[in-house]
Ligand binder design. Structure first.
Ligand SMILES: [Zn+2]
Length: 213
């Protein structure tokens, strides 16, 4: 089974992916990592993407799509993959569907994590990240043992630029604009989970029961 996770930044996609990887032996595809790897290895696609990223521009769909196809083909990841952060546009979604069908596979379900904006704003603005190991903390719900430093390596905890209040609002807006056409496109494949005040365990159980996985 292939799954796509949709939900606002801070809705818990990362935590849920980790769970799927551990409990269901699924694989997680992060497009951020793919970009980084291609750039580090100086592949043609990586060099093309770099030009756009360096000038702060959106990487054109065809580059992102080719990178994803390349990765899936090389590793034979036609099944058991969690898509996170891709597709972002209907064009990408169509290209992915065509590619998977050509290879006798499909994107089975799209899990939409429906969560109140207020909750994610609170999470994001209290989020801290270790400058060294990237461990994630939360000032309110998951505070480090000693204020301002990482439990694992004692390094300084920072607020990501993305998580500054002015940037949170922009990210949420962009995400909503991008996601609503995707929700229409995937329509009958959507599995909607209203997370509300559910804790993560309840949420995971709801998804596993609903999808029978
Ligand atoms: Zn650390």
């Amino acid at each position: 089974m292939n799954l796509l996770l949709l939900g606002l930044p801070g809705s818990g996609k990362g935590t849920f992916s980790e769970h799927l990887e551990k409990e269901k032996k699924m694989l997680h595809m992060s497009t951020g990592d793919l970009f980084r790897k291609n750039i580090d290895n100086k592949t043609k696609l990586g060099l093309d993407a770099k030009k756009y990223l360096e000038s702060g521009k959106y990487v054109p769909d065809h580059i992102t799509i080719d990178m994803v196809k390349d990765y899936i083909k090389k590793n034979n990841y036609f099944d058991n993959l969690i898509y996170d952060g891709f597709p972002r546009t209907v064009f990408q979604a169509q290209a992915l569907d065509d590619f998977l069908i050509e290879n006798n596979s499909k994107l089975d379900k799209v899990i939409y994590i429906d969560i109140q904006e207020e909750i994610v704003v609170n999470r994001l603005k209290n989020r801290l990240v270790c400058s060294k190991c990237q461990s994630i903390y939360n000032k309110k719900t998951k505070a480090p043992l000693k204020e301002g430093v990482c439990d694992f390596d004692g390094e300084k905890l920072l607020t990501r630029k993305d998580d500054l209040p002015e940037n949170i609002a922009i990210r949420l807006q962009v995400y909503k604009e991008q996601t609503s056409p995707l929700l229409d496109y995937y329509n009958e494949r959507i599995f909607n989970v209203n997370i509300g005040d559910h804790n993560i365990e309840e949420f995971i159980k709801t998804v596993y029961d609903g999808l029978k996985i």
